[in-house]
Design a protein around this ligand. Sequence first.
Ligand SMILES: C[S@@+](CC[C@H](N)C(=O)[O-])C[C@H]1O[C@@H](n2cnc3c(N)ncnc32)[C@H](O)[C@@H]1O
Length: 275
Amino acid sequence: MSTVAELLSQARRDGAEDAPLLLAHVLGKDRSWLYAWPEHVPGSAQLHRYLNLLQRRRQGEPLAYLTGEKEFWSLPLKVSPAVLIPRPETELLVELALSLELPRGARILELGTGSGAIAIALSRERADWHITATDASPGALEIARDNARRHQTPGIEFLQGDWYQPLSGSREYQLIISNPPYVAPDDPHLLQDGLPHEPRQALCADNAGLDDLETIIRQAPGYLAPGGWLLLEHGFDQGRRLRQWFAETGFEQVNTHQDLGGQDRVTLGCYSPSP
Ligand SMILES: C[S@@+](CC[C@H](N)C(=O)[O-])C[C@H]1O[C@@H](n2cnc3c(N)ncnc32)[C@H](O)[C@@H]1O
């Protein structure tokens, strides 16, 4: 039977960088525990599970799906293959939303909530906001509801359906925010870095990844209050097209922001219908 120290040194020799996280996960401890208890001998079921997870990791499964958790906005969120793993660059959407001067009790709509990451981060920061979050995937909404319970944001209303379809259609929202699918279905990156394990419905959109972004922009005037904001995450090469659609649809103060890598990542605008 191997000790924790022996398992970790074997993993180091194999170049299995995520082994400490996986072993800690299987033992129900944090990583520092492993170094405090190097002589601990995991039980045979734990060892079997650890070796199985290591093997799946070697075959490219994302770490977050193996541990069932990913941190976003410093909040640990449950994830499963039913949801996109929240990305650090999406925190820019949250930062920009929080920088807007919205009234107390503002009504917020998140489209395509996935794990609930954006809606839950906003609700934790602005307890007075009324947030509705939608997704087409019932499996994703189940995870999002679990996360909302875990982070005590019971005020978020979750609805299932195609983009705006589950909503009543009144122009009540001060902010619509979304990180929709925006990868072209033939993008070669889809074959790399764990992306084959993530839901295609969460990643890909037709028309070079632009279809869902266009739907969300063009239908937004039916749901935004005058002076309301639309904030969209998108691909690094989609900003120019989005700014054009925002302007054509009656948005002003249209602007694209870059992520920490200097890539165009979020476009926003304020809806100003002509009188
Ligand atoms: C890129 S993921 C974003 C998930 C999460 N908001 C985040 O930022 O991590 C896009 C989400 O949109 C959802 N989605 C895809 N097509 C949709 C549609 N037609 N109507 C509503 N939601 C849709 C997917 O199920 C997925 O959860």
